[in-house]
Each structure stands twice: as C-alpha cells, then as structure tokens.
Write a protein that binds this ligand. Structure first.
Ligand SMILES: [Ca+2]
Ligand SMILES: [Ca+2]
Length: 184
C-alpha cells in the first residue's frame, strides 16, 4: 500500500481591493469583489466568490468566472474587456430568481464570438446549482466537465449587477489585464 495514490488537492485564491468597483447612478448598489477561492478535491472543483460586506444583493447580482482549463492563452477566448486571453469555460454564478435561481456552465465557441458581445463567445453546456450566503456565491463543478483538465487551471472573476434596463460589469479580480490566478 502506498499512501501516495490519493488524488492531489489543488488550491488557488485571490483577494481584491475594497471599493474599486464601478459606481453608476443607475445602480442602487454595486457589487465589490473581495476574494475568490478555487479548490480541486476528489474530482470536484469548488468555486467561492466573496463580496465586500454590504455590497452584495443576491436578487440583482452575480459573478462570472472565466476558466483557462489548459492554461494556454492561445486556446479559448481572445482577451476582451480586461479578461485575459485563453478562457475555455465560463462559470456563471447566479442565484437570482428572475434568472431561474441557477447558474450556468458554458464553453468557448468562436461561432457567435465578438469583442463587443464577449459573453456570446461561450455556449451553454448546462445549468449549475449555485448557493449564496450573505456575502458569497459558491458552486461545485465536476472536473470531468472541464475538457480533461487535471485541475491545474487559471481563473479570473468579474462581478455584475442587473437592472431592468442594463447589466453592469462592476469589478474584476485580479484587476484588468493582470495574469489570472493559478490553481496548483
Ligand atoms: Ca474589489
Ligand atoms: Ca485556454
């Protein structure tokens, strides 16, 4: 018996400045990203995104997590809107009732891709159960959905707020065009 057969545990985390979110008069409250962790254990990827206390409202906000599953900037989406090149998957953390109280996992596809409508670069693979606490969102994604990666991914997080008229992207973590966070 060798104890080394246990599946490796991988971890990545990032923290972000307080108060660096977009503020707009059309938004009653603007979500401010505070931290994120990604843990890979036993074939599951657990993603947690935290907001600065007092800036998160689960019925009007969510977070997009851009995952580079092969850590290769030349596969996946091109850089756009401060998101670095290479995202192969988009995990939408969303518990808004108006959006069906569920997130979504999607994969990069060049078919409808444009730099103006960046989110159209990703095609849905299915809905995702997301849980919310007062200041955080969490989802668990099976590693098997991520195109054969062993969990050594990188990620970047963007928060958004939805009004009846507009959707605002309010904060990026790490900041715009900074290398994404490594899970290792
Ligand atoms: Ca922030
Ligand atoms: Ca990639």
């Amino acid at each position: 018996m060798t104890p080394s057969m246990a599946a490796p545990k991988l971890h990545g985390e990032v923290r972000d400045s307080v108060g660096d979110m977009l503020v707009d008069s059309r938004l009653p409250l603007s979500p401010d990203l505070s931290y994120a962790t990604v843990d890979v254990v036993n074939g599951d990827v657990t993603i947690v995104v935290g907001f600065t206390p007092g800036t998160f409202d689960r019925e009007s906000m969510g977070a997009d997590v851009f995952l580079d599953a092969d850590r290769n900037p030349s596969t996946g989406a091109s850089s756009s809107q401060g998101i670095v090149a290479g995202a192969d998957f988009l995990i939408d953390l969303d518990v808004r009732q108006s959006a069906g109280s569920a997130g979504d996992i999607s994969t990069y596809s060049s078919r409808n891709c444009s730099s103006t409508f960046f989110l159209r670069c990703f095609t849905s693979l299915g809905r995702l159960n997301v849980t919310a606490t007062e200041n955080a969102l969490q989802a668990i994604v099976p590693l098997s959905m991520l195109n054969g990666t062993d969990g050594h991914v990188t990620f970047q997080v963007r928060s958004y707020a939805v009004t009846p008229v507009f959707t605002f992207d309010t904060d990026l973590m790490p900041d715009a065009n900074v290398p994404p966070v490594r899970v290792q």
